[in-house]
Design a protein around this ligand. Sequence first.
Ligand code: NAD
Ligand code: TDX
Length: 331
Amino acid sequence: MRVLVTGGAGFIGSNFVHHLVGQQDVVVTVLDKLTYAASRASLDGLPTDRVSLVVGDVADQPLVDRLAAGHDAIVHFAAESHNDNSLTEPGPFIQTNLVGTFCVLEAARRHGTRLHHISTDEVYGDLELDDPQRFTEATPYNPSSPYSAAKAGSDHLVRAWVRSFGVKATISNCSNNYGPWQHVEKFIPRQITNVLDGRRPKVYGTGTNVRDWIHAEDHSSAVWTILQQGRIGETYLVGADGEHNNLEVVALILEHLGRPADDYDLVADRAGHDLRYAIDSTKLRDELGWRPAHPDFGAGLARTIEWYRDHESWWRPHKAATEAAYEVKGQ
Ligand code: NAD
Ligand code: TDX
């Protein structure tokens, strides 16, 4: 099987490439623009006869057409992924997440290539803290940020291309991922590296916002399961029952690194900050038999903290500029 992985040099895409290479008979091409969020190092050590990197843009239609023609499947991770960036400069989110997905769909249509589209639970908006319901495949779309609105739009494009043109696509909407190789702009790596740097974690608003954490390896295994067994035209929600509020996560990081539990700062809130995400992944579990291999968030977080401690040379070059950009916004 020849698989084209867009965004395969990013946090989750690179995890998925490692997962794929662990399967027999899979040859992978990564298409990645190598934006600030990408890391070539995340692909180090992979067999060069089975994994190659094409540096390019998913919105480059001739390039995506040419690549689609030589592959059996496309797994489309490429996106601008950070909510905070979408609030300061939304343009790249429209270009990559919407126009880029359009180009991938056109290529899949022309070449009959199987497509799996990677999306997010943020397309459903947010839940009240005490809402007994979680998101399901039937929850209406209600995105809050330019990032989540562009991802929601990309999901609608995929559904339209399935229905109108018979494109063989599936969609997954996953909750918040954590694990190694995540950029220090994101919540968990930012707070781990702050503490390692002798700074206090920076928590938006009151810190009571809830995210539903899943290890990136579990996201990868879910995507591989759907690529193999998913029903064309269907959407699958991916989650590992990992709801924690932001203060709880910071407390675990501080405790692991031997700092007092109150050694953090509450800072300016994110505009339009979603209160709570929570995924019901019953469909994926019951229909396709998927289960997370890392359901213990505390254990996965501890391993992730150790990974950042051991890989300072990887994150250090990005840390000062990332913190300077947050500081300007009072965050
Ligand atoms: P990331 O920002 O770490 O990586 C994105 C990758 O896409 C980078 O390697 C970047 O260079 C590449 N890219 C960006 N624009 C491109 C373009 N125009 N052409 C080609 N490549 C381009 O993001 P991530 O956290 O790994 O997220 C990957 C996907 O998973 C995204 O579609 C995101 O919406 C989705 N997702 C993420 C999470 C999460 O918690 N991080 C949760 C659910 C879904
Ligand atoms: O410094 C911070 N302090 C803080 O309190 C940062 C960076 C974030 N936060 C809060 C905001 C959120 O409540 O932490 C939570 C997680 O924030 P992010 O890591 O920015 O993730 P989120 O906005 O929830 O979106 C993530 O999950 C869904 C990914 O970045 C998206 O790509 C994915 O679709």
